[in-house]
Ligand binder design. Structure first.
Ligand code: ADP
Length: 172
């Protein structure tokens, strides 16, 4: 356990798959906080993930390599417990269109109850990423569409691999 550090932000998520929207939030975070830990939740509420936590971590690592103050990790259990474990006083979440608000607000209030010393901060992405979601990208990839405007090359390659491996639309 480290004492909570207001210059250290934890950005938790499923990151299944990592998009330019997530990376836009991370770019802002990297220049706003001294230290950023981006962490793959290994036990997400969402069912049927496409990538394993290890695969998601690897893609994150490659994609954040340009920012020396950003570290990628995986974690299990409650986000607030992991925040306390690494000493982050801030939980960072992305806010897209209005549809994110209710869930994110609920989560922030709950986390505040669980760990009053940890504060949730929201960041909005650039407008062109406001409607970008991991599930939409997976759907496009599944049917062989071009995902290059939405995800970094490492994710694009992994999506293609998955589609091939599962006999998906990218074959042939
Ligand atoms: P989770 O399952 O925890 O919501 P996600 O990987 O879907 O994990 O999202 C992680 C965080 O990033 C969430 O706060 C989500 O609102 C945010 N996010 C997802 N897509 C975008 C985007 N296009 N722009 C900005 N923030 C985003």
């Amino acid at each position: 356990m480290h004492p909570p550090d207001a210059t250290h932000a934890l950005y938790p998520g499923s990151f299944d798959v990592l998009t330019f929207g997530h990376l836009d939030v991370l770019r802002r975070a990297a220049r706003t906080f001294q230290r950023v830990t981006v962490a793959v939740a290994a036990n997400p509420a969402k069912r049927d993930p496409l990538f394993t936590p290890g695969e998601r971590l690897e893609m994150l690592r490659v994609s954040v390599a340009e920012w020396p103050n950003v570290e990628a990790r995986t974690f299990e259990g409650l986000t607030v417990d992991f925040a306390r474990e690494i000493g982050a006083a801030v939980i960072l979440r992305g806010l897209r269109a209005v549809s994110d608000f209710e869930f994110e607000f609920q989560l922030a209030m709950m986390n505040d109850q669980l760990a009053p010393g940890v504060t949730t901060i929201f960041m909005a992405p650039l407008p062109q990423y406001s409607f970008l979601s991991s599930s939409l990208v997976k759907e496009i990839a599944r049917f062989g569409g071009d995902v290059s405007p939405f995800v970094p090359p490492v994710v694009q390659a992994a999506l293609l691999d998955k589609a091939r491996g599962h006999g998906g639309a990218a074959r042939g």
